[in-house]
Design a protein around this ligand. Structure first.
Ligand SMILES: [Zn+2]
Length: 289
């Protein structure tokens, strides 16, 4: 019986059973099987709303807590019903109610991706420590992607706490030892540092920012050193195809800066969800050849 006391998820499990029994008892409530995934998606979009605030304010070194959300053009303070994830964007028809300025498509996109990632993690991990830890990780990756696309920087305010927390969380994850996490930080940070240094020696100019180095160190902290080769391979493959496509369309400067952060973030998410399958497939593939 003493073991039962130690289970931290027990209140959550009780709540889940309670909500499921409520849903079953009432015919008017939608199918009980959909209740939990729907709530998880909803919570994901609400957190996505906060991620939007982080994406807008972190590059400007502003507080993400105060003041409340306002139109960036006219300063109109948003009412609660103007601030509902995804829906407000739709019924405001992408315009500020006060001055008519266009609301960026970034807002619903961030909210939707946050909701969908929460849902995907729910289906992969269920109610477990993993879902909270990897949702935090995914949220960091969403912020990094959108900030890097707009400003070509990976904010230290995301990557540095991420490295520390990723390492601490490894003590809670049964599948990731603290040793794997620590090696992941060193390997992720070290490899890109060597690439950046090598590029600097050869080309006499900076090709990769320090932000990408810290980002890959954070990815290593959460996914372990085993994931680093796959993340580098995937991000380089997708990154170079996209880079070549952009260059051929624009026919411009081939030294033009392309953010690498979004590719690292995307590769990290693919590795989180399908890393094991991809590695098994790759090992089977090379052992055949
Ligand atoms: Zn406005």
């Amino acid at each position: 019986m003493s073991l039962k006391k130690l289970k931290p998820t027990e209140p959550l499990e009780k709540l889940k059973i309670f909500l499921e029994s409520k849903a079953r008892g009432n015919d008017l409530i939608a199918l009980p099987t959909f209740t939990w995934p729907f709530l998880v998606f909803l919570l994901g979009t609400c957190i996505g709303s906060f991620l939007n605030v982080c994406i807008c304010r972190l590059p400007q070194d502003r507080s993400v807590v105060k003041p409340g959300s306002a139109c960036p053009k006219c300063g109109h303070r948003l009412k609660w019903w103007e601030n509902i994830p995804i829906l407000s964007f739709l019924f405001l028809q992408a315009k500020c109610r006060s001055c008519g300025a266009r609301i960026s498509l970034q807002y619903p996109m961030v909210e939707l991706s946050s909701g969908l990632l929460a849902l995907a993690l729910w289906y992969k991990f269920g109610l477990s420590p993993e879902i909270f830890i990897y949702f935090y990780f995914s949220a960091c990756l969403i912020i990094v992607t959108f900030v890097d696309l707009a400003h070509q920087i990976v904010p230290d305010a995301v990557s540095l706490p991420g490295i520390a927390l990723g390492f601490l969380f490894s003590f809670l994850l049964p599948e990731l030892s603290w040793w794997d996490s620590l090696l992941g930080i060193l390997m992720g940070g070290g490899i890109l540092f060597l690439v950046a240094w090598g590029y600097y020696i050869i080309a006499h100019r900076e090709g990769m920012g320090g932000g990408d180095i810290k980002l890959l160190a954070m990815i290593g902290a959460f996914l372990g050193w085993q994931a680093i080769p796959l993340v580098i391979l995937l991000s380089a493959a997708v990154g170079s195809v996209t880079g070549l496509a952009i260059m051929s369309v624009r026919k411009g400067d081939r030294h033009m800066a392309i953010s690498y952060g979004p590719f690292l973030a995307g590769a990290a998410l693919i590795t989180l969800f399908w890393g094991r399958e991809l590695t098994a497939w790759y090992l089977a593939f090379i052992s055949m050849g």
